[in-house]
Structure formats: structure tokens, C-alpha cells
Design a protein around this ligand. Structure first.
Ligand SMILES: [Zn+2]
Length: 98
């Protein structure tokens, strides 16, 4: 053992060998809302209410925080990379010639 930490794919949990190609990623999901004041409805989960709850300091602060700002970083294997790329691509119909 050289003391090198084994890498694990953040998506599928598979161990990535030292010789394998892997892809580093950083994903940030930030809650946004174009119209904050919806008259007559909307429900309780709009962003303003969420932030207000955060300021009041409820017990599950972490969960609420993750709804506003969720951030992950790590590595994925080649198989999961193609899945992620396909998932985030605008449309699979215009993917060009095969
Ligand atoms: Zn994977």
C-alpha cells in the first residue's frame, strides 16, 4: 500500500482503479425563482418562505439549506460521465449523425 486513497465514482459507487480515466466534477444547484411574490397561492415552498424559515432557525436547517444551495464535488467513472452528459444535454434528438 502506497497510502493513496482509492477513488470511488460519486454516481455509481464503483471503485476507480489508478490506471482508469476518471472525470472530476463540481455541481452546484442554487434555488432561484423569477417571481417571488405570487398573488393568491403558490404554496409554502417558494424561495422567500424558505429563506425566512432558514432565518428563524428550524431544526432541519441543513435540509432547507440544501434546497437553496446544494453543492457536490467529486469524480465519476467514464460510464457515469456519459450518462450525466446525456442527461444534461438539451435534446437527444439533435445529437447529430451517428
Ligand atoms: Zn460510475
Amino acid at each position: 500500500m502506497t497510502g493513496q486513497r482509492p477513488r470511488t465514482c460519486a454516481a455509481c459507487g464503483r471503485g476507480i482503479a489508478a490506471r482508469e480515466v476518471y472525470y472530476r466534477f463540481k455541481l452546484v444547484l442554487e434555488g432561484e425563482q423569477d417571481v417571488l411574490d405570487t398573488p393568491g397561492g403558490g404554496g409554502g415552498d417558494d424561495l422567500a418562505a424558505l429563506v425566512r424559515q432558514l432565518e428563524e432557525g428550524p431544526e432541519d436547517v441543513r435540509e432547507l439549506e440544501e434546497q437553496v444551495h446544494w453543492e457536490r464535488a467529486g469524480v465519476v467513472c467514464t460510464a457515469c460521465r456519459s450518462v450525466v452528459v446525456r442527461m444534461l444535454a438539451p435534446s437527444s434528438e439533435n445529437s447529430g449523425p451517428h
